[in-house]
Design a protein around this ligand. Structure first.
Ligand code: ZN
Length: 438
């Protein structure tokens, strides 16, 4: 199967449902930038993709950073004086500040309060907080819950966590194509029970990997399932020589909410990936937004640091920070919809369709138009309800195939959809009216 056939034949509805089911399975796991939650996540994904799991020891220097100690947590709670767990890690892993150091202590509310985080504007939601690089601990609770705490109560506060030398774990999957030019697909796997920010990107890349396995590919595809920031820094530090193979790249995050699709350009601003994604979104007819690069966001920050400046953008739906559910317990499995995952999947496949099929051709008969009628070419494309458009596509493709314009540029200039330009180019190539640039 080739990528065009995949684009036509993939059963998006089934894929959308399947991704949502995977998400539900991954949802309860307590992930962080290191630890067993990441391993368990990669182990589950391993059933769909032959992932290579890499373990990088704590203390490994990675550019200006150091791989941190590994954090694992067994349990955490706040008990009232009657022994009731009023805050319970087993009920929601968001209740513990990520990377909290261990503690077991009896405390008054006054002592405990500085370590409790809430969202007064959304009293039923639990915030998501982390403290990766300073020795701290804390609990996240709903504001409504905090209101029930009593001044005269003694609370039994426990975080049963371990922070010690171990490893940073990430998953990598390489799909070898005909050439070594690479398409990088990256997602972060470091958030606990959060769906749009984290799990949606994970399940989307897993599905894309599963589908692309069946396709004969021109480019090689590299999938990274890494903890945010430190994961991409680590990968880049350990694979600096390979980074130059990356010709296109997308960071997948927040791809499952009901909002419109948003593309954040690479730092280069007009890299091929930027032009391709913009073309796909324009051609889709759906509302979309394009944002310029800013040095804040997900792992594109590292891929687009000036020492790498890779052509990597971020293709998402609603940007982080633009939806109130972001980094709260409300970013749950209802917030991510199968039909939104399905739509994101289709747009990613449409991007790959152009990456795989775009090329620059040369007209072998450039002096005046070739006589198409005598070659039966009008007939070849007739009878498909698109004759006039196909004829125009043929004229545009012949005229602009001067070795300077790619099929994507021809599609842009002619305002004729890429797939039709590609189909016409194949017909003209078969007739020896076009040939590949050498
Ligand atoms: Zn996040």
């Amino acid at each position: 199967m080739n990528i065009s056939e995949l684009k036509q034949n993939v059963d998006l509805k089934v894929s959308g449902k399947e991704m949502h089911e995977w998400m539900l399975r991954l949802y309860p796991i307590c992930r962080s930038i290191t630890g067993n939650g990441v391993r368990k996540t990669l182990d589950i994904l391993g059933a769909y993709l032959p992932l290579t799991v890499r373990e990088i020891p704590s203390g490994t220097p990675v550019f200006d950073w150091t791989v941190p100690k590994e954090w694992n947590i067994q349990d955490a709670f706040i008990k009232d004086s009657r022994g009731n767990r009023i805050v319970d890690f087993k009920a929601s892993n968001l209740c513990v500040v990520g990377y909290s150091s261990p503690i077991h202590q009896r405390m008054s509310l006054e002592e405990l309060k500085p370590f409790l985080h809430t969202l007064p504007d959304h009293p039923d939601w639990i915030p998501y907080r982390t403290s990766y690089y300073d020795d701290n601990w804390g609990f996240c609770v709903s504001h409504r819950q905090l209101m029930k705490f009593k001044d005269d109560e003694a609370y039994d506060v426990c975080i049963d966590s371990v922070l010690e030398d171990g490893h940073l774990t990430y998953g990598e999957y390489n799909l070898q194509g005909q050439c070594s030019d690479e398409v990088l697909l990256s997602c972060h796997i470091c958030h606990p029970s959060l769906c749009n920010d984290n799990l949606s990107g994970i399940v989307l890349l897993t599905m894309l990997g599963k589908l692309l396995q069946q396709v004969s590919l021109r480019h090689s595809y590299r999938f990274l399932f890494i903890p945010g920031t430190i994961g991409s820094i680590t990968w880049l530090a350990l694979n600096e020589a390979s980074a130059s193979k990356i010709k296109y790249g997308l960071v997948a995050a927040c791809v499952g909410d009901a909002g419109q699709i948003t593309y954040k350009r690479s730092r280069q601003d007009n890299a091929q990936i930027d032009l391709i994604v913009e073309h796909v979104l324009k051609e889709s007819g759906d509302p979309y937004d394009i944002k310029s690069f800013i040095p804040y966001g997900y792992d594109e920050r590292q891929y687009c640091s000036p020492g790498f400046n890779l052509p990597v953008g971020c293709l998402q739906r609603t940007s982080y920070g633009d939806y109130p559910e972001y980094h709260t317990s409300a970013d749950d499995s209802d917030f991510v919809r199968p039909e939104s995952l399905q739509d994101s999947l289709y747009k990613y496949i449409s991007v790959f369709n152009i990456i795989e099929n775009n090329k620059t051709l040369i007209n072998t008969n450039p002096k005046c138009e070739p006589q198409l009628g005598k070659r039966g070419l009008y007939k070849a494309i007739g009878g498909q309800g698109e004759t006039l458009e196909s004829q125009m596509a043929m004229l545009w493709t012949l005229n602009l195939s001067d070795g300077e314009h790619s099929l994507l540029e021809i599609s842009e200039k002619s305002k004729i959809r890429f797939d039709l330009i590609k189909k016409i180019a194949d017909i003209l190539t078969a007739e020896n009216l076009l040939k590949e640039c050498s």
